[in-house]
Design a protein. Structure first.
Length: 84
């Protein structure tokens, strides 16, 4: 009985590593085949088209707000009117 269990243990230990390494080798072969991909000639000659840029509309901001120079002119005009 002990000899039978001993033989089964040895056989299982001998077979288990072989079974576990086979799928790993198959996966390695697949990855090496994928790395050697051929490049088509048409892909090399193909030119890229220029992208059309969509112009964003510019919105007028602060139209009614006068700038500093305009404020000084307005104040000067108001003073002139008041003096007259």
């Amino acid at each position: 009985m002990k000899k039978l269990l001993h033989m089964l243990l040895l056989i299982s230990l001998a077979v288990f590593p072989l079974v576990s390494t086979v799928p790993v080798e198959a996966k390695q072969k697949n990855t090496s085949q994928k790395s050697y991909k051929s490049v088509k000639v048409k892909a090399k000659k193909k030119t890229l088209k220029a992208k059309k840029v969509q112009v964003k509309p510019r919105y007028a901001r602060n139209i009614n707000k006068p700038h500093e120079g305009e404020l000084l002119k307005l104040e000067g005009m108001v003073k002139d009117i008041n003096e007259q």
